[in-house]
Design a protein around this ligand. Structure first.
Ligand code: AP5
Length: 217
């Protein structure tokens, strides 16, 4: 099963993808996380991506699609994937179809996590992440058990640099201009499954499982 998660910054794609990965035993592939890992290791790709990410704009499609192509070639992707943050514009969606077709695969569902903009801003301003294992928290709705330390690995949590208010505004604008058209694109292919992302985390997971099983919410 190949699934993509579509949603604005802060919609909960990463939160839900991590849960779906455990439920369906499929790898969670997040392009943002892949870029951040490259940046942390100072690879050539990471250094090319850094400026774009710090500005809150998309990394060029050629870099992104090549990175996804390489990740899909890893063994654990052979039985399906949960993609979080990719594709992110129409050219990426078309190139993604080519990557799948070349492997004899297809996309099963595009899950759209819908969240009103005022909630997105609140979520991003309170988000804290673990720089080591990638676990995500929120100061109000999902605080860590020990003061600002990751529950999983104990590392001190950080605020993502692109969660600064100006960068969040830019990311939301980029989403509206470039990513939101994917909703109609996948709707036209009858692949879109929408859920109410403003609900609590467990309820959003339940809704996603339901729409993936063919139900309506
Ligand atoms: P990326 O890392 O993909 O960021 P994003 O899409 O902006 O999404 P976020 O990670 O900010 O949010 P999310 O939806 O995962 O929400 P989360 O679960 O964390 O991309 C970053 C950058 O990388 C881009 O700007 C671009 O430069 C580059 N990039 C990445 N992919 C690219 C591509 N394909 N092409 C080109 N460039 C690319 O949740 C947010 C907060 O809310 C958390 O604190 C969480 O605890 C909380 N929360 C989640 N769900 C709920 C809920 N139901 N109720 C209450 N709180 C909740």
């Amino acid at each position: 099963m190949n699934i993509i998660l579509i949603g604005a910054p802060g919609a909960g794609k990463g939160t839900q993808a991590a849960r779906l990965s455990r439920i369906y035993h499929l790898p969670h592939i997040a392009t943002g996380d892949l870029f951040r890992a490259h940046m942390a290791q100072n690879t050539a790709l990471g250094n090319k991506a850094r400026d774009f990410m710090e500005q809150g704009v998309l990394v060029p499609d050629s870099l992104t699609v090549d990175m996804v192509d390489a990740r899909l070639s890893e063994e654990d992707a052979a039985h399906g994937v949960i993609l979080d943050g990719f594709p992110r514009n129409l050219p990426q969606a078309e190139l993604f179809e080519q990557l799948l077709r070349r492997r004899g695969w297809h996309l099963d569902s595009a899950v759209y996590i819908a969240v009103p903009v005022e909630i997105l801003v609140e979520r991003l301003s309170g988000r804290r992440v673990c720089p080591k294992c990638g676990a995500t928290y929120h100061v109000l709705t999902h605080p860590p058990k020990n003061d600002n330390r990751c529950d999983v690995c104990g590392t001190a949590l950080i605020t993502r640099p692109d969660d600064a208010p100006d960068t969040v505004r830019r990311r939301l604008a980029v989403y509206t201009e470039q990513t939101a058209p994917l909703i109609a694109y996948y709707q036209a292919q009858n692949l879109l499954r929408s859920v109410d992302g403003a609900q609590p985390v467990d309820e959003v997971t339940r809704q996603i499982q339901e729409v993936l099983a063919g139900g309506t919410i």
